[in-house]
Design a protein around this ligand. Structure first.
Ligand SMILES: [Zn+2]
Ligand SMILES: [Zn+2]
Length: 297
């Protein structure tokens, strides 16, 4: 069964993804080329990836604060100037130029840099939160554009790990960490709205994480008495809105995978909410204290 992930109008062009939408253009196009597919969609054509600079790297020329993007993201494997058989899955076969000062780099250089960063990221263990946060802040803006897909991948991992993996559950993590978890979710969801509105699995999971975190924040605020009624109401509304969004995103996930388990839990909570509204109950159940399904991280 095929269904549309975002609303479409009669006559709209429909597209289907054969690769990971959370990757940058060179990486997606390299992956697609292995399947003999050459994509020329709007996102692939735009060196700035719909204005997000999702693959951009920081210029190192003098004091320049600009970012380099590929000169021609559509150079294909069989049309490249480079006659060697070397492959550059993270840079493509094009030179890269700074949007501010115009200085450029060859594809090999860009590829080597990204390969090094990738191995630095892989070396950090899933549980070493501090090390991952330090790496993220070292790379963010100084080496890669803050929206870069390597950083987005790190943010997705951290957002799904805080309060889920390790000795501290969502109700035990510090206020600061809870706030950070929400910030990470929001950063990725804002980018996802532009770059991969139809990537429902990542979006659905992050919506669920943000919903849970907001519910926990609301519970803490109510316990401490440092939120007024209006603030509490807004938080609850936002949390419920995210739950509805997560349901929409995850509704087609099979139950045997973690995303499907979350989808079942989301549905149960929506039914609970509807039942309590019909009973006229105003009781706010702290959702993060209810049964939490395994995240399969
Ligand atoms: Zn494309
Ligand atoms: Zn520059």
């Amino acid at each position: 069964m095929i269904r549309v992930a975002i609303p479409v109008e009669k006559g709209d062009h429909l597209s289907i993804s054969y690769t990971e939408q959370t990757w940058g253009t060179a990486r997606r196009r390299y992956h697609l080329a292995q399947e003999l597919l050459l994509c020329c969609c709007e996102r692939c054509k735009d060196p700035a990836e719909l204005g997000t600079l999702y693959s951009a790297i920081r210029c190192r020329s003098g004091n320049c604060e600009g970012y380099l993007v590929p000169d021609n993201p559509l150079v294909n494997l069989n049309t490249r100037d480079d006659a060697s058989n070397e492959q550059y899955p993270y840079s493509g076969y094009t030179s890269w130029s700074c949007l501010l000062c115009g200085s450029s780099k060859q594809p090999q250089e860009v590829y080597q840099l990204l390969k090094r960063i990738e191995s630095d990221i892989k070396e950090t263990g899933e549980m070493d939160f501090e090390l991952r946060e330090r790496l993220l802040s070292r790379l963010e803006g100084e080496v890669l554009h803050p929206n870069h897909y390597f950083l987005t991948e790190l943010r997705v991992d951290l957002a799904q790990t805080y309060g889920r993996v390790g000795p501290e559950g969502l109700t035990e993590i510090s206020d600061k960490r809870l706030e950070r978890k929400m910030e990470l979710c929001r950063q990725v969801l804002a980018l996802a709205d532009i770059l991969f509105p139809a990537e429902s699995r990542v979006r659905g999971m992050l919506m669920f994480e943000l919903h849970e975190s907001l519910a926990e924040e609301t519970r803490r605020g109510a316990d401490k008495g440092d939120m007024n009624l209006l603030q509490l109401k807004h938080k609850i509304q936002e949390s419920q809105h995210l739950l509805t969004g997560a349901e929409k995103m995850l509704s087609s996930e099979p139950e045997m995978i973690p995303e499907g388990e979350i989808a079942v839990e989301v549905k149960r909570r929506i039914l609970d909410q509807e039942a309590s509204q019909m009973n006229g109950s105003t009781k706010n159940v702290p959702l993060s204290q209810t049964k939490c399904v395994s995240m399969g991280m």
